[in-house]
Design a protein around this ligand. Sequence first.
Ligand SMILES: [Zn+2]
Length: 384
Amino acid sequence: MMIRKIAFFAAAMALLSAGAYLLLRKTLVFERLSPAPFNSVSGSFDNFFTVEMEKAGLDRAKISCLEQSLKKKISFARLGPRDSYAVYFSTAGEFRYLEIYKSADIYSSFYSGGKCISKKSREAFETETFSVSGEIKDNLWASMSSKKIPPSVILEYTDIFSWTVDFLTEVRDKDKFSIFYEERKTKSGKTLGYRISAASYEGSQTGRNIAVEFNGAYYDEKGKGAKSFFLRAPLNYRRISSYFTYKRYHPVLKYVRPHLGIDYAAPAGTPVSAVADGRISFAGNKGGYGKFLEISHAMGYVTTYGHLSKFSSKARAGRKVSQGDVIGYVGATGIATGPHLDFRVKQNGKFLNYLKIKNKSSMDLPSKYKKEFSEKVSRYFPNI
Ligand SMILES: [Zn+2]
């Protein structure tokens, strides 16, 4: 009887961990590309600690466990884009430990049996710099991978330009790219993180785009901030890459303009992101649009997303959303011949051509740094 009970208990635990694995798989698919023997999610502190940990796939209980344990050792308010982290999971998808890299310090927090134990250590690390340039052949991912650019650097690159270039639809053969990045690693050769210091993309559809890092933010060659009010597209390269990597191919998506909006052809289930901060003003069924979502933004802008297969869990009327949040998934609900996203933008009730909207940058370089900045720009791009 006892043995049977134990066997039953073991089977139940196996089922539970399989369930946890399935939940985590979604956030981990991209990591399968990397050669690490366990799954890890890494990033830099572009957002608050809790937001970054949530993005990495940790639940509230684990995040607060980490916070409680780390708060005596580290000031969360002082973590910024120059500091990075890696969250490690067992191959079965269970959270194991977190590492935070700040200057020469490494803060580790181990999770076991609902408890977190943290320590601070110092490990000398070295920085190696790389400069890579090339031409597009087929798609961005293949072209950059063939130059040995690490996957996380490619995704970081698409994030930096996500307000100006849609790498899913606007990439063409013979477009040119360049990246200058550094790799931080321990003396024993373990990679702690990557940081892009400058990058460019010059394409037939996109024109020339330049980004140079300065004090933790990116600016174009004139000091105009890289971030702006609207993302270039509601389909995000990083999120879609994870989706496709799992299926082992990389997409070149297409868009058509059969009406006052843009139709992005994309496989059903592709995540759809809010293009700007705002509040969801409608989420439900709407005739031929099928599952339809509308977001109201500042300055009288409204964006709409139609034919969704489903909404994300946080997408409910009345809720606030941030730029880049996943609000739903591509589908073919309503009147649609195949899966696609029907995307439109209005301002004060009038439809606009989204790709022609002049996107004002949200934070430009303070003028006192102009001279220092332009020296940095000409070091990376002497011909500009
Ligand atoms: Zn349409």
